[in-house]
Design a protein around this ligand. Structure first.
Ligand SMILES: Nc1ncnc2c1ncn2[C@@H]1O[C@H](COP(=O)(O)OP(=O)(O)OP(=O)(O)O)[C@@H](O)[C@H]1O
Ligand SMILES: [Mg+2]
Length: 235
């Protein structure tokens, strides 16, 4: 459904992401792993249009979108929860969500996925716990009714139990039909909910395969994380 073919993305004149191809199916979770600086955020920003791609094709439901502006990609059904995205702290939970609603739409879907937010509906978002704020951030992205959802570092700074809760919600979203591309520091936890996994090292895909199989192969995972190339790790 989201297909990425040979995409290269640069920053400040440097090539950061090199010829990446990957696929995110509808109703699935695809996890993108990689060490700090591997290029995960740069890739996601290139996919959503936050920064331009230098070459390659990005298709959403078969339609090339790499030349569209970011808001048009969002309109076409591609949502992006950016790394370090925050809530509007002074605004209530409800107003944060209303601001992201399409005309005539309600935020009910978000409260179904995250009932935790219901009792906080009138609270200023800045007073929510870190986990609840992240639920709100993910919730806002859902209100555009995305087909594909890119999530960059959902769990940064959160307690493991909260991360597990968010992971379960992401899995539920995928089971409801959304194709999720998840970048996550907690590799094991992300792989637990993953259908497919890719590992990026120095801007290149060095591994792709079944998420649960990679979860079970700690040696391979460690080797890939250390930035190994396919030949070094025998993949
Ligand atoms: N604005 C920028 N200008 C130039 N280079 C950048 C910029 N932002 C990031 N980089 C470089 O691009 C490379 C990839 O960074 P990126 O943030 O995409 O990696 P990442 O995999 O998301 O890392 P992390 O796990 O730390 O979030 C790094 O070498 C980084 O130093
Ligand atoms: Mg990043």
């Amino acid at each position: 459904m989201l297909s990425v073919e040979d995409v290269t993305v640069g920053r400040s004149g440097l090539t950061i992401v090199r010829g990446v191809s990957l696929r995110v199916d509808a109703a699935s979770v695809t996890v993108l792993l990689g060490a700090n600086g591997a290029g995960k955020t740069t890739l996601l920003e290139g996919l959503s249009g936050a920064i331009p791609v230098s070459s390659g094709v990005i298709r959403l439901d078969g339609r090339p979108i790499e030349k569209l502006r970011a808001w048009r990609r969002a309109r076409a059904g591609l949502a992006h929860v950016e790394q370090n995205r925050t809530v509007f702290r002074e605004m209530s939970v409800l107003d944060n969500l209303r601001a992201a609603c399409r005309r005539g739409d309600t935020p009910d879907r978000v409260f179904e996925l995250f009932p935790e937010l219901v009792k906080q509906i009138d609270a200023p978002a800045g007073l929510l716990s870190g986990g609840e704020q992240q639920m709100l951030v993910v919730g806002r992205a859902l209100l555009g009714r995305p087909k594909a959802l890119l999530i960059d570092e959902m769990s940064l700074g959160l307690a493991p139990i909260v991360v597990a809760r968010l992971a379960a919600a992401v899995r539920a979203l995928a089971d409801g039909g959304v194709g999720v591309l998840l970048v996550e520091q907690f590799a094991a936890l992300a792989l637990d909910i993953a259908d497919r996994a890719y590992v990026l090292a120095r801007g290149e895909v060095v591994h792709s395969g079944d998420g649960r199989r990679l979860r079970a192969d700690e040696d391979l995972l460690r080797a890939l994380y250390l930035g190994g190339t396919p030949s070094e790790t025998g993949v």
